[in-house]
Write a protein that binds this ligand. Structure first.
Ligand SMILES: [Zn+2]
Ligand SMILES: [Zn+2]
Length: 138
């Protein structure tokens, strides 16, 4: 576990700096938490300015995730859940959610949890434990 880095850890480069989370820019959690900006935020060294990703999936089986883990999950009950989901809104007119699911998750579950797009949606499509759901927002 010695490779774990977190807020307050010394810089892995060894410059003597300390890692911190910089303020999130373009946060849209008020529309759709957790937003891509928050999910993709990097730990940043206060001395050399280098950015680092937090160690990958140290608590994969835990259902209690801190908001900064970047590995969200949502339990629908009855063994149904979605996890490791995130979205890409680079196109500007769509928000493409991708993630993983377990159990008999239905399209209705996904839509009611993630919400519908202003102009509707495509999917969600389920395949091999992964789902894709596109909200049309513009
Ligand atoms: Zn955010
Ligand atoms: Zn550093």
């Amino acid at each position: 576990m010695k490779n774990l880095i977190d807020e307050g850890s010394p810089c892995p480069i060894g410059c003597g700096g300390t890692l911190y989370y910089p303020p999130v820019e373009n946060c849209s959690c008020h529309i759709n938490p957790p937003c891509y900006a928050c999910i993709s935020i990097k730990l940043t060294c206060n001395k050399c300015g280098e950015g680092f990703r937090e160690a990958e999936e140290p608590h994969q089986s835990s259902s209690v995730l801190s908001p900064k883990m970047g590995k969200p999950s949502h339990d629908f009950g009855n063994g149904k859940r979605i996890f490791d989901y995130s979205y890409d809104s680079r196109s500007g007119s769509t928000m493409v959610y991708t993630g993983r699911y377990e159990g008999e998750v239905t399209a209705k579950d996904i839509i009611s949890f993630l919400g519908d797009g202003t102009f509707g949606h495509r999917g969600p499509y389920f395949q091999n434990g992964r789902f894709t759901y596109t909200k049309i927002t513009d």
